[in-house]
Design a binder for this molecule. Structure first.
Ligand code: NAP
Length: 354
C-alpha cells in the first residue's frame, strides 16, 4: 500500500499524452487533486477522456496552460504541489528538424520545469519520465556492455543530433535533470526509464506517440511482407503508470529505474498477436538484414543505413531487478499488453478489419 498524501495537489506535465493519461487515472483513483498542464486547455475534445475519468473517480482535475518552450509557464500549475510528474516530451521518430522538434522541447522543457520546481517551495519530489533511450542508443551498444545487459549505471553515448535524435534528446534531458537536482536539497529526483511502451490508450484515438504508429503498422498491412529483427524491451503502459506512482510515494525511492517487462524484439511483439489475430496482415516473417539495409532508407527518410547496421539482428537485454526490488513492480504478460492495444485500435477504427 502506498502512503498517498491527498491534501496537496500534484502536477502532471503533458497530461494529454499516452503515458500521462494512465498516471492521471491512477492519481484520480487515489483521490488526489491533479494539476494537469496541457498546451491548450480549450481543446475540449482532447481533454474529454480526462474529464470523464474525473467525473467517475474520487480525485479531481484542474487544467493549466503551459508549454515546454515557454519559460515560467508551469509556475501557476505547480503552485502548492508536493510532487511533479514531468512526462511531457515529444516521442516522434520522423522529424524535419531534430534540434527544434525533439532536443529543444526535451532539454529546455526539463530546464523550465525543474527551475520552476526550484522556485516553488511546496515541491518535495520530481518524478521524471526518461527512457531506456537514455541508457542505450543502438542495440549494438547492449553487446558492448560488460555483462551484455543494460543497467541503471549505463548512459547512452552513441546517439547524436544526426543519429537516433530522439534517444539523444532523452539522454541530454535526463543528464540535465540530474545536474539541476544535485544543486539543491529541497526536492529529490526519481527517474523512470521505460523501454518501448505498449498497451491501450485512455484516449481511444491515441496520440502522436510512436507506440501507436508502430502497432498501427502491425495491423494495417504495411508490414505484411515482413518485419526487421530489431531488439527492444517492452512494457505495459499501465505498469509504467504504476511505476510512476511508486516513484512518487515510496519514501525511499531514488535514482534511475529501468521499467521494462520483457527482453523482446519487434518480431516477438508481432508474434504475440498471433494466433488471436490470424486474419490480420500481422507480419509473419523476419526480413533479411541486407534487404532492410537496402530498402528501408528509401521508403522512410527517418531510417538510415547506420541505424540498420547497428540495430538489426542484435539481442536486447535489460536488468529490471531494481524496479522489482525497490518499486515492488510486477509486470503484465506481453500478450495481454499487445492484444489489448491491438483490439482497442481495431474497435476505434485505427486498424481496418480484414
Ligand atoms: P505522447 O502521447 O506523444 O505524449 C507526449 C506529451 O508531451 C503530450 O502530452 C504532448 O502534448 C506533450 N508535449 C510535446 N511537446 C510539448 C511542448 N512543446 N509543450 C508542452 N507539452 C508538450 O507520448 P508518450 O509515449 O506518452 O510519451 C510520454 C513520455 O514518455 C515522454 O517523455 C517519452 O519520451 C517517454 N517515453 C515513452 C515511451 C514509449 O514507448 N511511448 C518509452 C519510454 C519513454 P500535446 O498532446 O499537446 O502534443
Amino acid at each position: 500500500m502506498l502512503n498517498i498524501d491527498k491534501t496537496k495537489p500534484v502536477l502532471v506535465t503533458g497530461a494529454t499524452g499516452y503515458v500521462a493519461g494512465w498516471i492521471v487515472k491512477r492519481l484520480l483513483e487515489e483521490g488526489v487533486t491533479v494539476h494537469a498542464a496541457v498546451r491548450n486547455p480549450g481543446d475540449v475534445a482532447k481533454l474529454a477522456h480526462l474529464d470523464q475519468m474525473a467525473l467517475k473517480l474520487p480525485g479531481s482535475i484542474r487544467y493549466f496552460k503551459a508549454d515546454l518552450l515557454d519559460e515560467g509557464s508551469y509556475a501557476e500549475a505547480m503552485q502548492g504541489c508536493a510532487i511533479v510528474f514531468h512526462t511531457a516530451s515529444p516521442f516522434r521518430l520522423d522529424v524535419n528538424d531534430a534540434q527544434k522538434d525533439l532536443v529543444d522541447p526535451a532539454k529546455l522543457g526539463t530546464q523550465n520545469v525543474l527551475e520552476t520546481a526550484n522556485k516553488t517551495e511546496s515541491v518535495t519530489r520530481v518524478v521524471l519520465t526518461s527512457s531506456c533511450a537514455a541508457i542505450y542508443g543502438d542495440c549494438a551498444d547492449v553487446a558492448n556492455t560488460s555483462r551484455q545487459v543494460l543497467t541503471e549505471d549505463i548512459w547512452n553515448t552513441s546517439s547524436s543530433l544526426q543519429h537516433v535524435p530522439y534517444s539523444y534528446s532523452k539522454t541530454i534531458a535526463e543528464h540535465l535533470a540530474w545536474e539541476i537536482a544535485k544543486q539543491q536539497t529541497r526536492w529529490n529526483l526519481v527517474v523512470i526509464n521505460p523501454s518501448f511502451i505498449l498497451g491501450p490508450g485512455l484516449n481511444a484515438q491515441g496520440t502522436s506517440s510512436e507506440s501507436f504508429n508502430f502497432v498501427r503498422q502491425l495491423g494495417d498491412g504495411r508490414m505484411k511482407a515482413g518485419i526487421p529483427d530489431i531488439g527492444c524491451g517492452a512494457v505495459d503502459v499501465r505498469d509504467v503508470a504504476e511505476a510512476h506512482l511508486r516513484a512518487a510515494y515510496l519514501p525511499d525511492a531514488k535514482g534511475r529505474h529501468i521499467v521494462s517487462a520483457h527482453d523482446s524484439s519487434l518480431p516477438m511483439i508481432a508474434q504475440a498477436l498471433l494466433p488471436e489475430y490470424k486474419d490480420y496482415p500481422v507480419p509473419r516473417r523476419i526480413l533479411p538484414k541486407w534487404l532492410v539495409w537496402l530498402v528501408a532508407p528509401l521508403a522512410d527518410k527517418s531510417i538510415t543505413r547506420k541505424m540498420i547496421s547497428r540495430n538489426v539482428a542484435y539481442a536486447w537485454r535489460a536488468d529490471n531487478g531494481k524496479s522489482i526490488r525497490e518499486l515492488r513492480m510486477s509486470y503484465r504478460p506481453l500478450q495481454v499488453t499487445i492484444q489489448d492495444m491491438f483490439q482497442q485500435m481495431i474497435d476505434s477504427g485505427q486498424i481496418p478489419k480484414p
